[in-house]
Design a binder for this molecule. Structure first.
Ligand code: GDP
Ligand code: MG
Length: 441
């Protein structure tokens, strides 16, 4: 996809005369590519119309950077489709919320329920899982296994066949136990069928969820719109989670799901494991959809803000892919100084959303300072190793004592390190483009 879009734009840039015909050819090429990426036909067509309105032929002809203008227009249009205009309901820690998961069988509901619970548990919530899937044999066992692994309380039954009854019992029980996030997993069936939607309607009516999350497999392709719409018609879907983003699918169906449910995507699933779960971030998602890679925006930025003489070193480190604690330390220093490299680091996809959430910069800075104090108690060996296994309990104890912090905090920092190292490692083998080569898609 990325290839054909950049080819289309390249061809247009090469044309000396940019007229409507050339622009149309370019847009048709892009349309084909987006369709292959599972973006719904109607959305693509609307986008095409909008772009024609936005992109001014005179600007293009006047020799402005044509590629940049078109690229930016497409990018913005896709971001707009992913923004339904209002945020999803966000549960509040300490207040009881019921969240119901819906989606077809195999979409990843049960896995995602656990990830969602685990994500909140790590932040100090008291989540609980209710298995209201009585349709699939082994559904309760699967949920039980996941929940046990994450030490999350769960409720379900091997005997009871009425999903509504189980859902209500589970929700009641966990309300009594003062859980603040009660998650109801439901059945899916293989096809969209009346019985499934009726069951969803009943479970929803009985448990009165504060939020219904539609779980969508990124590889369902053009079926996404109808599927999302069918669920929306039976229950009040308020958010979308796209799973299996670690696979080949680019997830263009997410745009359809947003359009059909008028709800935002809130998380994406990036693997089978409990912590392979990320807060949804529009820009990297769209970059990926366009085949720009998560990194192209980032690379553009590097050239914009990092002084030339400092670029090679940072880029070299990125391309080697070994993320040591020392690199983390240096980047934290930069962030605190808000020097140019610090800005870049905090723009790395995945870094910014979690490490420095918008509006919570003060807290984030305090956290980073705390981490740095702990790292000051590390040995050179520890700082220069990129093997997190080196950091055993006795080393963590020593660091905690040395820095006057709790071992729990050292462990938390190591978790953060592992998360950042994983993102960083995606840069391995990165080809470092020279300045001026950055504007291609
Ligand atoms: P459900 O039928 O909707 O409850 O779906 P499950 O949670 O049972 O998931 C179906 C399959 O998809 C399982 O094998 C999961 O491990 C897998 N799965 C779920 N989410 C992801 C993901 O984000 N990435 C990958 N690679 N696999 C996933
Ligand atoms: Mg399931």
């Amino acid at each position: 996809l990325g290839g054909s879009i950049s080819r289309a734009i390249q061809q247009m840039s090469n044309a000396t005369i940019i007229d409507e015909k050339v622009l149309n050819e370019c847009l048709n090429e892009i349309t084909r590519a987006l369709l292959q990426s599972d973006v719904q036909f109607k959305l693509v067509r609307d986008m095409q119309t909008n772009i024609k309105k936005i992109v001014n032929l005179d600007d293009l002809a006047a020799g402005h950077n044509k590629r940049k203008i078109i690229q930016q227009a497409i990018f913005n249009e896709l971001c707009k489709i992913l923004d339904p205009g209002k945020p999803a309901f966000t549960p509040k820690k300490g207040k009881t919320s019921v969240v119901m998961f819906v989606g077809l069988q195999g979409s990843g509901k049960t896995t995602t329920c656990t990830k969602y619970a685990y994500y909140h548990q790590k932040k100090g919530w008291k989540p609980a899982l209710v298995c209201a899937d009585t349709f699939r044999a082994g559904a309760f066992d699967q949920l039980k296994q996941n929940a046990t692994k994450a030490k999350i309380p769960f409720y379900g039954s091997y005997m009871e066949s009425d999903p509504v009854k189980i859902a209500v019992e589970g929700v009641e029980r966990f309300k009594k136990e003062n859980c603040d996030l009660i998650i109801v997993d439901t059945s899916g069936r293989h096809k969209q069928e009346a019985a499934l939607f009726e069951e969803m309607r009943q479970v929803s009516e009985a448990t009165k969820p504060d939020l219904v999350i539609f779980v969508m497999d990124s590889s369902i392709g053009q079926a996404a719109f109808d599927q999302a719409q069918a669920f929306k018609q039976s229950v009040a879907v308020g958010a979308v989670i796209v799973t299996k983003m670690d696979g080949h699918a680019k997830g263009g169906g997410a745009l359809s799901a947003v359009a059909a449910t008028k709800s935002p995507v809130i998380f994406i699933g990036t693997g089978e494991h409990m912590d392979e779960f990320e807060v949804f971030d529009v820009k990297p998602f769209v970059s990926r959809l366009l085949g720009m890679g998560d990194w192209s925006g980032f690379m553009d930025k590097i050239h914009e803000v990092v002084p030339m003489d400092q670029q090679p070193e940072l880029l070299q480190k990125l391309s080697e892919g070994n993320f040591t604690l020392r690199i983390m330390y240096e980047q934290f220093q930069n962030i605190l100084k808000m020097g140019p490299i610090g800005q870049v680091f905090s723009m790395l996809p995945g870094f910014s959303a979690e490490l420095m959430p918008k509006g919570r910069e003060k807290e984030s800075q305090a956290k980073i300072k705390r981490y740095m104090t702990m790292m000051d108690s590390m040995t050179n060996e520890e700082l220069d190793s990129s093997n997190p296994k080196l950091m055993n309990e006795s080393r963590m104890m020593r660091i905690a004592r040395g820095s006057g912090r709790h071992i729990r905090e050292v462990m938390e920092m190591m978790e953060e390190y592992k998360r950042l190292a994983k993102i960083w490692s995606k840069m391995k083998g990165l080809k470092i483009p020279k300045k001026g080569e950055m504007s291609a898609l």
